[in-house]
Every structure is written in structure tokens, then in C-alpha cells.
Design a protein around this ligand. Sequence first.
Ligand SMILES: [Zn+2]
Length: 125
Amino acid sequence: MTPGLMSLILALRAGGSVKWDGARPRLLAPRSQHQALLEAGDEIRMILDRARVFRRQFAEWTATDRTSIPLLVLTEAPEPRAGFCVSCGGPSSGWRCAICLTAVLITLGCDLVQLGQRLPLGPSD
Ligand SMILES: [Zn+2]
């Protein structure tokens, strides 16, 4: 798990939440988590920015009466290939990197606290 993702999940576990302010996701966190979130600021911003992009793509997709879920890919991402994130093109051992996966989960309104409780909070991923 990346340091930013760990900080995000810890902030959510401490009572924080991700709220949508129009098209922008906003992270609301208890003051006790602010320093850790500031230290992970770049990664937190990347997660929230990607969530914003993916939410727009999801809204455009559902507005056309299509079924299922769109792939959710950054516009600058290269064509999908093994060993790289399908959403951003960065190195990944899975389908998506941790930053994009978290952004997708925020986009879809998943409970990150519940999901995070199943994830080890160590620096392994
Ligand atoms: Zn990615």
C-alpha cells in the first residue's frame, strides 16, 4: 500500500469522508489526520483528481443509456498492456495501480473504510 493511500484510509477510519462538491471530490478529515494527509498531499491530490476525471467519464457513459461500467482511463494513458495500469499506464502488478483503483472506488461510491479494513496497512504494495 502506498503512503498516500494508507493516510487516506487512516483518515477515513478516523471519521473522515470523501464528499462530492459538484464535480470535485473533497476529502474531509479529522484534524488529527491533517499532518499525515499534508505529507501525502501529492498522492492524495492525484487520487482525487483521477476520481474527478473518472466520475465525469462515468456520467458521460451513463448519460448515453449504455450498460455496464466504462473502463475509466486517463486521457493521456497509453494503450493497455501487461504489467501496467489500464487507467494511467503506470507500472502495476494488477489491473490498476493503487492510486487509480482508489480513484475508481471513490468514483463508484464504494466504502473505502470497509474495503481498507481488509487491506494490510503496511508498505508492501
Ligand atoms: Zn493507474
